[in-house]
Design a protein around this ligand. Structure first.
Ligand code: C2O
Ligand code: CU
Length: 478
């Protein structure tokens, strides 16, 4: 029933993959104790001088590393996280994407953990929780962008249904935490500057697992499972694999029903995907390339089409990213008989149609002397205001409309959603999501069912400078 330490250790050393090797930045966290289905981890947030690729950098770390240690649990496990804040400012933890209580010692983002203090989080992963690629990061309002940009983020993996699909089981697994950094010549993170008020802070150093252009090996038989997280504060990624397709198998909230072939993966801040990559019969090398993309123009903004005028905004800030860069290299030795792709994954239950539709409009405006404020339905975040009240065990449609000039990845805590339509067009396949990017002029319809937990939680823009500057609301489930 419970996960034993031995089992976790064997998972840890299972692959010979570079990113999962013990001691590497993505090594799985040590379980402090593990009895009767209780997994206990220690996490310490602390400023440290660390290596970022070949550079020395003063970053914010969990347990002295960027990204933070990878946590793993199974449905039914009780997870205990003994967290200590050794930063010089308050912080806390958010378990992004997990369906756990938003209150008490669960995913409670209203907590403040002052410098020097500790807090023990403890929650159960529900027995019916889907497998998926989730993550943790700070969520102390006003400091989230700064702390995440500094390096505070780690993966939280739930093992379950998708991992049992036979073809997936045989694939080699690699975790790819994508994150941008900015460093000055002494290895410090420079001040975000004026522009970051609009675009959010964006760095020009693109890392995968805290390294520059790491090499990953596609195993013999040619089936590689990549689990990607965009842990950037504000940067979008638009990835391609030279001439080779990705086969999408999971989105933010877990598996989709069947693989979908894709030539490009766009990841907004906070989004995750899992894809399979197949090797050829011939040996070769595939470069994972981040391409020019303009989030303010949505899917129209890929490539050089992104003119930048729409993303320009009143202060000249543009979310457009115009360089092409290889962020990882996959090598492959060739094979005589490539492993097959799965036909089917995990069925997705459609949510029942509902009469309840709520509107959310996203925009920004001038604050009172402090630069820009970012608004949902015309209002900036207020700790003491409940913005949206819903009833437990109901289904609602939320229509998210972007009436501004910047792209906003909309994120909801606690309960995941399905995107029903994008600008009135139905989406091509059903998927569980917890972040969806809405470009200027677009509207996106989400369907959500509020189950299992009552209490206050939040929704917000995952460009975290926008969130810190007001683009967040309180959702109360009763
Ligand atoms: Cu990953 Cu409320 O955020
Ligand atoms: Cu935003």
């Amino acid at each position: 029933l419970g996960t034993t330490g031995a089992l976790l250790l064997s998972q840890c050393s299972r692959g010979s993959s570079p990113s999962a090797a013990p001691g590497s930045p993505l090594a799985q966290a040590k379980v402090h104790s593990s009895e009767g289905g209780l997994l206990s981890f220690d996490l310490v947030a602390e400023a440290q001088r660390v290596k970022l690729g070949d550079r020395d950098a003063n970053l914010l770390t969990y347990n002295g590393q960027v990204p933070g240690p990878r946590l793993e649990a199974k449905p039914g496990d009780t997870v205990q996280i003994r967290f200590t804040n050794r930063l010089n400012q308050p912080t806390n933890l958010h378990y992004h994407g997990l369906h756990i209580p938003p209150t008490g010692t669960g995913d409670n983002v209203f907590l403040e953990i002052p410098p020097g203090e500790s807090h023990t989080y403890e929650f159960q992963i529900p027995p019916n929780h889907p497998a998926g690629t989730f993550w943790y990061h700070p969520h102390y309002h006003g400091l989230v962008a700064e702390q995440l940009f500094g390096g505070l983020a780690g993966l939280f993996i739930v093992r379950g249904d998708l991992d049992e699909v036979p073809e997936i089981k045989t694939a080699q697994e690699e975790f790819l935490v994508l994150k941008d950094y900015a460093l000055d010549r002494s290895g410090n993170i420079p001040d975000p500057g004026h522009m970051a008020q609009m675009t959010g802070r964006i760095g020009d150093l693109l890392t995968v697992n805290g390294r520059f252009n790491p090499t990953l090996e596609i195993p013999q038989g040619g089936l590689l499972r990549l689990r990607l997280l965009n842990a950037s504060t504000s940067r979008f990624f638009a990835l391609s694999l030279e001439d080779h397709p990705f086969y999408l198998i999971a989105t933010d909230g877990g598996a989709i029903a069947a693989p979908v072939e894709m030539n490009e993966l766009v990841l907004a801040p906070g989004e995750r995907v899992e894809v399979l990559v197949q090797g050829d019969r011939e040996p070769g090398q595939y470069r994972l390339v981040n391409q020019p993309f303009n989030p303010a123009q949505g899917m129209m903004g890929r490539g050089m089409m992104g003119g930048g005028s729409m993303g320009g905004g009143m202060m000249g800030g543009s979310q457009r990213q115009s360089t092409t860069e290889t962020i990882a290299t996959l090598t492959y030795n060739g094979t005589t008989e490539p492993l097959p792709l799965p036909d089917q994954l995990i069925a997705i239950e459609p949510l029942p149609e509902t009469q309840t539709t709520r509107q959310f409009s996203l925009n920004h405006g001038m604050g009172t002397g402090m630069g820009m404020v970012f608004l949902i339905n015309g209002q900036a975040f207020d700790h003491n205001r409940i913005d949206t009240q819903v009833r437990l065990n109901t289904v609602e449609d939320w229509e998210i409309v972007n009436t501004g000039t910047m792209a906003h990845p909309f994120h909801v805590h606690t309960n995941k959603f399905q995107v029903i339509s994008h600008n009135g067009q139905p989406v091509p396949y059903a998927a569980w999501k917890d972040v969806v990017s809405v470009s200027p002029g677009e509207s996106v319809r989400l369907r959500m069912s509020f189950r299992d937990y009552v209490g206050k939680t939040v929704y917000h823009c995952h460009v975290l400078d926008h969130e810190d500057r007001g683009m967040m609301g309180i959702l109360d489930i009763q």
